[in-house]
Write a protein that binds this ligand. Sequence first.
Ligand code: ADP
Ligand code: ASP
Ligand code: MG
Length: 627
Amino acid sequence: MALIVQKYGGTSVGSVERIQAVAQCVCQTVKAGNSVVVVVSAMGKTTDGLVKLAHEISHNPIHREMDVLLSTGEQVSIALVSMALQELGQPTISLTGAQVKIITESEPTRARILHIETERIQQQLNQDKVVVVAGFQGITNTWEWDITTLGRGGSDTSAVALAAALRADYCEIYTDVPGILTTDPRLVPEAQLIDKITCDEMLELASLGAKVLHPRAVEIARNYCVPLMIRSSWTNEPGTWVLPTKPQMRSLTNLEVARPVDYVTFDAKQLRVSLLQVPDKSGIAARVFRKIVHQNVDVDLIIQSIHEGDTNDIAFTIRTPFFKQAEAVAQTIIAAIRAYQETEADLAEVTVQQNIAKVSIAGAGMIGRPGVAAKMFASLADAGVNIQMISTSEVKVSCVIDALDCEYAVSALHKAFEVDEVGNRELRVPTEWGLGTWDLGEDMEIEKTDASFSLLTPTLSIRGIALDIDQARLAIRQVPDHLGMVAKLFSLLAQHKISVDMIIQSPRCRMIDGVPRRDIAFTVAHTDAEFVRETLAKAAAEFGWGEVILDGAIAKVSIVGAGMVRQPGVAAKMFEVLAQHQINIQMIATSEIKISCVVAQEEGIKAIRALHSAFGLAGSQKIQVPV
Ligand code: ADP
Ligand code: ASP
Ligand code: MG
């Protein structure tokens, strides 16, 4: 007998018929001999309706009152689902987040879970009842006992946190699609089901726009080793296993806030290639990286920063087994660009810098916590380490620094984030998974391709493609390249609780008024963009920055897959596909398992369709999403 947490999303409980279907499904699971805790969302678009209502009354409703309002949606669902189960003869009890004691921090509208009391649920399960819990909500443990919500889409987080706290065998997330698909089927109906995916890959996909799963839910699954099954509530077909790759079990206190950073990594043997003033034409990144593929060098971070006038800067780092080839690489790149340009007059500048290190902090705990990146920059500044290049995703921040500074940097970051070099994880031996066994490593292993690797190889291991059109891009020109300046900038945003993603610091450093200066660009949520522009414009005078520019009409397209590690052809292919479709790339940021490009907003859907088909992800059957 297993203990299973089942979560049903809004569409799955969107009508009386759907609620009855959910009750049937729960009963079947109980009849098969399992104990079940059900977590439900608000019916259909209830939460959207409540948000709209609030905004009809107030332009800027107080967050506390929003929580009181929005949490009502889930309360309706638990009562109705519980009644439907009782109609089928199944004893049940419905409980709100407060009744369970899902204790959260006092951060209205975006609270993180601190702790879940399991006693009441356990007691009810022991009486053979199904416990139906309201998702998305919790309560503070201050004397006010305020109701809190976890942020939109937060029922996934409630479900996985409950599964962790109850040490459930696994958690099933029932939704309106057959599972995790290679991309959003509403945009690309040929999207295919992925049968299993690692938490790390899912974390990137979810935070890059695949809203099928809340990234915080994936984080908890990974940290507490909860296997997740994402599946459709319309069929009995199995969906996607989202699997943690390292058995571990943390303390259940401060569940979501214990550690924002899981680990600090570094690679002290890299070199950096910078291409400055590359023509801003679609196709240039593709040409450069196609040449690099043929060099068979191991490209790591790639960034392309904002353009000034009609040129871009592209920089990338290379891992050093190929160190000796640096000069050859530089020559090839120069040749590639020369071939691309009609005249040699405006030839881009190519520089190769040796003795470079990359230090990174990683962990999903940094999602929605702008202070984490700011703290990294400040710790480096305090240690006297200058940051030459930054590339971020929502779950990782990497800084390129001088190799000589690497040791200081790593020890400063360990101290700041209280992590050990190897990660201080407690290992739990997975004796009873309740699922039989599976081999986590098996098809996640990547073989290094040989030197004749071709761009046309159809077996690139890309798991999925995501589109995010909810972001805006900000650029600050001519930020003085002083120690601690980036830290100041991002601390300022953190003070205002602004989450920043895809921070890119230009590799080009210019002397203006006797001061070395760089441009910095990053993306923020659309809803924060105008406020950020005003805040930065005010700060610009004080800190001696240049112009602050906002572009709201951007889309971020990303490809994700652990298989791209050490496959230089993947980046080249992505850039090439975009070029073939005349889509100009404005910004690039990479991590080991993802590549994100910012493009014009109106090109977003075209871009993901093109990439989905070019990477061979399209299936023969179209996915129908229930209306
Ligand atoms: P629920 O209400 O069940 O929580 P959501 O609307 O939050 O459901 O998430 C399901 C939706 O996520 C799907 O209808 C689909 O449009 C969208 N989606 C985006 N990317 C993906 C993806 N890669 N795989 C599956 N669904 C996706
Ligand atoms: N009802 C909440 C929302 O719509 C939570 C959820 O559905 O996950 O955001
Ligand atoms: Mg959802």
